[in-house]
Design a protein around this ligand. Structure first.
Ligand code: FEO
Ligand code: CA
Ligand code: CA
Length: 705
């Protein structure tokens, strides 16, 4: 029985078009009075499904293993882009981010019909331990082939799928075979000549025959794309796909001339939950990954172009601002602890936002990184050779550390001492003094090393930027998913990234609103404000944790999905104090929030800034890639990594766990929660393999969402 209450229904007459579902945690928008919440939430049952408000349903459009072109639909679908050809049909371009080793290995043969040498490789990986296996130096040809085979299949499951979808007379959506159906995978080009292309200054580095470090000999041809997280869709009908955690596949740091470290620096490894270094067996060059890839879904011969003016970092997504008579602006965040917000501005202005010739505008311009001042102002810093080196000091960061290019050798170095950073500034006056090569090459090397160059230039280290989304008025909303520090990557500026009560570090995330001065996409200064904060309502948060993808509907309402790490979902919190008397960490308290979820936040009207729970995803999953059809009747969305922690749900396994919850007023109460272990989604039959899949959400009435 869907959760309903008079109060929630009443709020529908106040601009809300659905009755919020009941989540695991009491929120101010659930229609239950604070006094009733302790009893209303004393028990809760989680479902291994996509749970939606009454009156909504979903169609499964494509799932891992389905046939696409001459290959299969990949794993862990993330960004979705629907480019309509005519009303009710069009191209659906789907990102495939990574593989979740546990369910992938557990079900690969069942889903694809192919057997993999898992036992042999697992045994070798265990014996190698933390060092991993440098396949390029292996003498055992059998093992070499076995690791290459597993890595190859994993890389085939990454990249992009281009499929075609159509709405049927009954309102449901199905896939239709089309000549444009194709896969662009992590190994496109390796065996089939379907190389990806590249534009911009880093091409000068790719074409080098010799350099300080590793050169793959392929020039500007690129093998594959992987870890394709979120993305963006242009008004000219192309899709941008963001290469995010490429450092799990290939070496991330580079030399001063922009050439890669040797592939042996990122050896293959395999544990129960992770498979890393998948670029190692194929000698992939690290500097060719971590870019934005543009694909035209309508062109069956297009296997993607990496535009290097957009910088090489852990790209989450992109917001495209293209207005006639103005310069083109692309906003993208780097999803790492301490990562930056970037803006590319084209040199040339746009004449027709719908012209496919606009792709050429990405070949000339400048990349900037954002400085967020604590007073709500900000500016853009050019990542050019002439830019002054002026890093933020280690002490302003939540984790007290910043990474900078290591010189005179290549790579990066951690700095925890303010005086050492002051000395670094004196030693290296400009970005140009940190990189080598002729003018164009220096610019290329800076773009390749964008995150560390931006650290050196003084860009603000932020709280893990996830999605960047353009609002109708040209302003940009940015999800910062988490403010917790990392001892290896970095942490946010604690003057800017604080919890509702000034907490630093703060885990549960924020959504910022960035407005360019003069509303000019090419502006060099901006204003920013915190629009929404994650966390428990009793502590001043909106009731979600770790915001990730964002989408606007045509009425300007913001839709957000969350990405709490799967290993934190529904972890039992029987008490907020541990046995040793210490407090349970913010990170672990995410167990209170239940599964990853979908929220609706009006940006105007009586309910502006309030968060309403629209749905949640299957066990261990993350809902990704929300994308509305132009008629607003369908919300395409994907479920990524169901069963990531629990694997296949066996015999409908379920556990009962206890949670020390709070009502919105802070009254403590105990919740008994039924938690399915593992997933059988989307087919939902007993012992079915969990499969990442793309769905279409719609009202059974056919009305707009
Ligand atoms: Fe792949 Fe940052 O989410
Ligand atoms: Ca994401
Ligand atoms: Ca994510």
């Amino acid at each position: 029985m869907p959760f309903q209450s008079k109060a929630a229904i009443a709020s529908t007459s106040n601009g809300l078009s659905f009755v919020p579902i009941k989540g695991a945690m009491p929120v101010p928008t659930d229609g239950v009075t604070a006094a009733q919440q302790a009893s209303a939430y004393s028990s809760y049952a989680v479902a291994d499904d996509v749970v939606l408000p009454e009156g909504f349903t979903y169609d499964v459009i494509a799932a891992w293993g389905d046939r696409v072109g001459d290959s299969r639909f990949g794993y862990n679908n993330d960004y979705l882009s629907y480019v309509e050809v005519r009303p009710g049909e069009g191209y659906l371009t789907v990102n495939h981010e990574y593989i979740s080793a546990k369910p992938w290995l557990q079900t690969f043969e069942q889903v694809t019909g192919k057997a993999l040498p898992i036992e042999a490789v697992t045994a070798a990986a265990e014996a190698a331990g933390e060092d991993g296996i440098d396949v390029t130096a292996l003498e055992d040809e059998t093992l070499k082939g076995q690791i290459a085979e597993i890595s190859r299949e994993a890389l085939i499951d990454l990249g992009l799928s281009v499929i075609y979808v159509r709405k049927q007379a009954d309102g449901s959506w199905v896939r239709v075979a089309a000549p444009t159906d194709r896969r662009i995978t992590g190994i496109s080009g390796l065996e089939d000549n379907r190389y990806l292309k590249a534009t911009g200054p880093a091409v000068a580095i790719f074409r080098k025959q010799r350099g300080i470090g590793y050169v793959d000999g392929l020039g500007d041809r690129i093998i594959g794309t992987f870890n394709n997280c979120a993305g963006g869709t242009t008004p000219w009908g192309t899709v941008f796909s963001a290469e995010e955690n490429f450092q799990d596949f290939v070496p991330e740091p580079v030399n001063a001339d922009g050439t890669s470290l040797d592939p042996s620096e990122k050896p293959f490894f395999l544990t129960e939950t992770e498979m890393g270094g998948k670029g190692n067996p194929f000698g992939l060059a690290g500097n060719k990954y971590g870019w934005m890839v543009e694909v035209d879904p309508a062109n069956p011969n297009d296997y993607g172009t990496k535009h290097t003016w957009l910088g090489r970092f852990r790209h989450e997504a992109v917001a495209v601002r293209a207005e006639a008579g103005k310069q083109l602006a692309f906003y993208s965040g780097c999803d790492r602890r301490g990562g930056h917000i970037y803006k590319f501005v084209s040199q040339v202005t746009i004449s027709d936002p719908k012209s496919k010739a606009n792709s050429r505008l990405l070949e000339t311009g400048m990349l900037y990184a954002a400085k967020f001042n604590p007073d709500g102002t900000g500016r853009w810093i050019a990542l050019a050779p002439s830019t002054t080196v002026n890093p933020d000091l280690p002490s302003v960061h939540a984790g007290g550390m910043i990474t900078l290019p290591k010189r005179p050798t290549g790579g990066v170095e951690k700095y925890t001492d303010d005086a050492a950073v002051e000395a670094y500034k004196r030693q290296f006056p400009t970005l140009g003094s940190l990189y080598t090569g002729f003018d164009r090459e220096k610019q290329g090397a800076i773009l390749i090393d964008a995150h560390f160059a931006a650290n050196a230039a003084g860009a603000t280290c932020t709280g893990r930027p996830e999605d960047t989304e353009l609002a109708a008025d040209g302003s940009v909303f940015i999800a910062f998913t988490s403010g917790s520090p990392s001892s290896s990557d970095g942490s946010p500026d604690k003057r800017v990234f604080q919890g509702p009560n000034g907490e630093t570090p703060y885990e549960h995330g924020w959504i910022f609103h960035l407005i360019e001065d003069g509303n000019d996409p090419a502006a060099m200064t901006f204003r920013w404000e915190n629009f929404a904060t994650g966390g428990e309502p009793a502590e001043g948060g909106l009731g979600f944790s770790n915001p990730d993808n964002l989408a606007f509907d045509n009425s300007g309402n913001l839709w957000i999905v969350t990405d709490m790490s799967s290993d934190k979902h529904n972890i039992a919190i029987p008490s907020r104090t541990k046995a040793d008397g210490s407090a349970v960490s913010q990170s672990d308290l995410r167990g209170l929030f239940g599964n990853n979820s979908i929220w609706f936040i009006p940006t105007s009207g009586a309910n502006a800034g309030e968060a309403y729970l629209f749905g949640y995803g299957p066990m261990d999953s993350e809902m990704t890639g929300p994308f509305f059809t132009p008629d607003q009747q369908t919300l395409f969305i994907a479920a990524q990594h169901p069963g990531e922690i629990g694997g296949v749900r066996e015999n409908m396994a379920i556990e009962t766990r206890q949670f020390a919850m709070k009502t919105v007023n802070g009254e403590m109460f105990m919740q008994t929660r039924e938690v399915p272990i593992g997933s059988n989604w989307p087919t939902k039959g007993e012992n079915d393999p969990p499969k990442p899949a793309v769905i279409a959400i719609r009202r059974t009435s056919g009305a707009a969402i």
